[in-house]
Design a protein around this ligand. Structure first.
Ligand code: GDP
Ligand code: MG
Length: 163
């Protein structure tokens, strides 16, 4: 059975860009407009001889609820539930946001293995890019550039270790 990798994170962090790179397809809609990708998208990826299934998600829909600022979209929750491993993307250019913290907490509760990935890190020193994300308490952040491809293969080797 191919492992399933879910790409999650708030809108505009680069999930669809990474999905496209992993699947080398244009299936996922990449847009400057945050939150445009609404549905889950499935694609096939491979690192070395290891095939995997990757799921792009529409991220987290902001629902204003008392006390809860952001609620994970149902589909994203479902994607996390169905995944063997989760890649949680954050934006190295904007730093930690309150929404990142909410998502981090949800993912911790999911019981799934989570890899924290700092995207848009091209031109940034990896350790520096990741430093402030330690506060999300999801382990050592991995810095990549989905747009340029930096660190993507190394990331997938780590993500698929043990599968
Ligand atoms: P999503 O909403 O998480 O799916 O994000 P998208 O993949 O649609 O990307 C949102 C924006 O970030 C687009 O303008 C992308 O071109 C840009 N982007 C994605 N990856 C990178 C990256 O590695 N570096 C930079 N500088 N921009 C990126
Ligand atoms: Mg998207």
């Amino acid at each position: 059975m191919k492992p399933t990798v879910a790409l999650v994170g708030r809108p505009n962090v680069g999930k669809s860009t990474l999905f496209n790179r992993l699947t080398r397809s244009r299936d996922a809609l990449v847009a400057d407009q945050p939150g445009l990708t609404r549905d889950r998208h499935y694609g096939h990826g491979r690192v070395g001889a290891k095939p995997y299934l990757v799921v792009d998600t529409g991220g987290f829909e902001p629902i204003v609820d008392e006390g809860i600022l952001f609620e994970m979209a149902k589909q994203t929750l479902q994607a996390v539930d169905e995944a063997d491993v989760v890649v949680f993307l954050v934006d190295g250019r904007t730093g930690v946001t309150p929404q990142d913290k909410v998502i981090a907490n949800r993912l911790r509760q999911s019981g799934r293995p989570v890899h924290l990935v700092v995207n848009k890190a091209e031109g940034l020193q990896s350790a520096m890019a990741g430093a402030e994300f330690h506060e999300l308490a999801l382990g050592e952040p991995v810095a990549i550039s989905a747009a340029h491809g930096d660190g993507v293969r190394e990331l997938m080797e780590i993500v698929l270790e043990g599968f």
